[in-house]
Design a binder for this molecule. Structure first.
Ligand SMILES: C[S@@+](CC[C@H](N)C(=O)[O-])C[C@H]1O[C@@H](n2cnc3c(N)ncnc32)[C@H](O)[C@@H]1O
Length: 209
């Protein structure tokens, strides 16, 4: 990705004319991949979808039965378009839309059961590994104790970061479409991230024995 992808000004210019675009894979394909994890959640689950851009992923989540969804992006136009996409699809707006920078989330205190991003960690990482680490630390702060983060990326090494506060697992490797049959195999990666537990955190505190 060119380095401009971490700059809000890049997205502001782009979203002034772009109202609908899907990075890497269609939202329906992403939903199929994450379905086994959605099945573990009640329909009241709190979901944070960050870096929504002009994707329709939030509408797929609502159609799937979730409405306690916070859609966050640091670019105001993404938020405006997102709200409009929900209104166009459902005739009302039930989800929350928030202008917020994932590297320094300043949200009311709350805990999310699921955090999702589709190619937003990729954009953030254009600002360097410290930017992605900051976003990961912020997400960890807002996750419920059993909460998970699912991230779709074009990179096979997206989360190879020292000090990452998550255990990382690849749950799907999706072949990218080829322009010519002779093109090399390229994949996108769907990651499942679970907060690292501090050693001994599962133990019953001595004082309560
Ligand atoms: C590559 S686009 C992905 C858009 C959408 N998720 C999709 O799949 O089509 C990256 C998105 O992340 C947003 N973004 C980049 N850095 C961000 C940050 N630090 N905090 C919040 N959003 C960010 C951009 O505004 C843009 O909407």
């Amino acid at each position: 990705m060119p380095s401009d992808y971490e700059k809000q000004s890049y997205w502001h210019t782009r979203f002034a004319s772009e109202k609908s675009f899907e990075w890497l894979i269609p939202s329906a394909t992403f939903m199929d991949i994450i379905e086994p994890h959605l099945q573990q959640l009640p329909s009241s689950a709190a979901i944070l979808h960050f870096g929504l851009g002009t994707s329709d992923l939030q509408n797929h989540l609502r159609k799937r039965g979730f409405t306690n969804i916070t859609n966050a992006d640091y670019e105001e136009l993404a938020i405006e378009h997102g709200r409009q996409r929900e209104l166009d699809a459902f005739g009302d707006v039930q989800m929350t839309y928030l202008v917020a920078d994932a590297t320094c989330l300043d949200m009311p205190e709350r805990q999310f059961d699921l955090v999702v991003d589709k190619c937003a960690a990729d954009a953030i990482s254009c600002g360097g590994s410290d930017a992605l680490l900051s976003a990961a630390q912020e997400i960890a702060k807002y996750l419920a104790p059993d909460g998970i983060w699912i991230s779709l990326s074009y990179s096979a090494s997206r989360f190879e970061l020292p000090q990452l506060p998550f255990e990382v697992q690849v749950i799907s490797r999706i072949p990218a479409p080829k322009l010519k049959p002779t093109d090399p195999d390229i994949y996108h990666y769907c990651y499942l991230l679970r907060p690292k537990r501090h050693p001994g955190s599962w133990e019953i505190p001595e004082s309560s024995l």
